[in-house]
Each structure stands twice: as structure tokens, then as C-alpha cells.
Design a protein around this ligand. Structure first.
Ligand SMILES: Nc1ncnc2c1ncn2[C@@H]1O[C@H](COP(=O)(O)OP(=O)(O)OP(=O)(O)O)[C@@H](O)[C@H]1O
Ligand SMILES: [Mg+2]
Length: 224
């Protein structure tokens, strides 16, 4: 059996006296994919942020790629995050003053082991080509369509060759056609590069395409 990539055991998280996550168990292996659904405010982003080391549980344990996260320093978390995890959000969060190529290579500046920059740029160009943005590297975000910006955000999330791609409503700001093509792209990357994929979505069609779906209900995960 594959080594576990993500292992949450009895993870709980509360804000004030509101329990958001109530003893969540979740295991992901390399290359797995999962859609997380649930009503607004049910804790989907909270769970994704815990998995992405942006937030920490109040109780329970989280082990990522064999490394227990409890007691880990913020610096160690940031280093692990840069190396192992890619994020995509509802809004692309591209930096407006940077070109497409500068945006997609930006996360490589945070790697603890400094990469060869021409290799990083070559990977960026290769991925831009793969997502249909060949010859767009010198443009600025304002010169792209919404769907194109979101594909740039996907490339940025992949630049450090993460094992885990976390997407929080990645298609929330896109029309149907762009939402479907972005979903196809994420699924193809999951298959071709073996990157584990976790997608938070309100969109039933996307959850269905991902195939494996959990719903957050009263702080617990129910398989659908
Ligand atoms: N930093 C915070 N401080 C206090 N409460 C918070 C904080 N972050 C989230 N919450 C609350 O926790 C609950 C879960 O929030 P979360 O963002 O995880 O929901 P969600 O399922 O992602 O919702 P949506 O679908 O609207 O994005 C919400 O009621 C929210 O108000
Ligand atoms: Mg959310």
C-alpha cells in the first residue's frame, strides 16, 4: 500500500464556542482525488486550510507526507508548504505588476533549496504551454480573461512540483465552459503528474467529475 500523504486523526477546530470541525478523520494517498462539498459556513475552507498548513487544529493530529505537524515551527511549516503543496483559490490572486511568467515562477523564490532559475522558467513555460497559454508569458494579468488568469494560477500552484494540490472553489468566478475546462485540467494533472487533488466546490457537476466526494455535516465528514 502507498504511503499516506495526508492523515488527519480526530481533528477538531472551533472559533469561539462554535465547533467547525468535530473529530475529522481523513486519509489521502499520493495521486488520490477528493471533492469536499457542504453548505456555506460548514467548514470547507477551514478544513482545506488545516490540510494546507495555513491553519492548525485545536485538537487531533495531522501528519503530512510522514511528517507530524504538531509543534512544528511556522518556518518549518512554510518550508513544507512551499515544497509540497500548491494552492488555487476562487480569485486568482495574481500579482498585477508581474508578468505571467514572473507570477508563475514566484513561489519558487520561497523554496528552502534555491533552484536553478532557468530550470524554473523552463518548467513555467512548459506548464503554460500545457494549459494553452503558450506565448502569453510576457502579458500582465489585466491583459488576460478570467479563465486564462485561473489557468495561470494553476501553473503557479504547480511550479514547485507539489505532491498535493488544494483548490478552494477554483471555478467559483468562472462561467460554465471555463469551469468545465478548468476542472478537466485539474483532473488531467492529477492523472498525468500523480498529484493528489482536493477540491472544495459548490458545483455538483465538478464534484461528480472528481468522483470521490465528502460532505461536511455538523463538523464531520460524510462520504457521498
Ligand atoms: N478566523 C475566523 N474567526 C472566526 N470565525 C471564523 C474564522 N474563519 C472562519 N470562521 C467561521 O467558521 C465557519 C466555517 O467557515 P469556512 O470558511 O470554513 O466555511 P466554508 O464552508 O468554506 O463556507 P463558504 O462555502 O461560504 O466558503 C463560518 O461560520 C465562519 O464564519
Ligand atoms: Mg470557503
Amino acid at each position: 500500500m502507498d504511503k499516506q500523504l495526508v492523515e488527519l486523526n480526530s481533528v477538531s477546530k472551533r472559533y469561539g464556542d462554535r465547533v467547525i470541525l468535530d473529530g475529522v478523520d481523513l486519509t489521502l494517498h499520493p495521486g488520490d482525488r477528493l471533492a469536499i462539498v457542504g453548505p456555506s459556513g460548514s467548514g470547507k475552507s477551514t478544513l482545506l486550510n488545516v490540510i494546507g498548513l495555513l491553519d492548525q487544529p485545536d485538537a487531533g493530529t495531522y501528519t503530512i507526507d510522514g511528517t507530524p505537524t504538531e509543534g512544528m515551527s511556522e518556518n518549518a511549516k512554510a518550508a513544507l508548504r512551499s515544497k509540497a503543496i500548491g494552492f488555487i483559490f476562487q480569485l486568482h490572486h495574481l500579482l498585477p505588476q508581474l508578468s505571467v511568467l514572473e507570477n508563475v515562477t514566484f513561489p519558487a523564490h520561497a523554496l528552502a533549496v534555491k533552484p536553478n532559475w532557468s530550470d524554473i522558467e523552463a518548467r513555467g513555460r512548459d506548464l503554460l504551454d500545457k494549459v494553452g497559454l503558450k506565448d502569453q508569458e510576457s502579458k500582465f494579468p489585466a491583459q488576460l480573461s478570467g479563465g486564462e488568469r485561473q489557468r495561470v494560477a494553476v501553473v503557479r500552484a504547480l511550479i514547485n512540483q507539489p505532491k498535493l494540490l488544494l483548490a478552494d472553489e477554483p471555478t467559483g468566478a468562472l462561467d460554465r465552459a471555463n469551469a468545465d475546462s478548468l476542472t478537466d485540467l485539474l483532473l488531467e494533472l492529477n492523472e498525468s503528474e500523480g498529484i493528489a487533488l482536493v477540491v472544495v466546490t459548490h458545483d455538483a457537476a465538478i464534484a461528480k467529475a472528481v468522483g470521490s466526494v465528502v460532505e461536511i455535516q455538523n463538523g464531520k465528514l460524510e462520504s457521498l
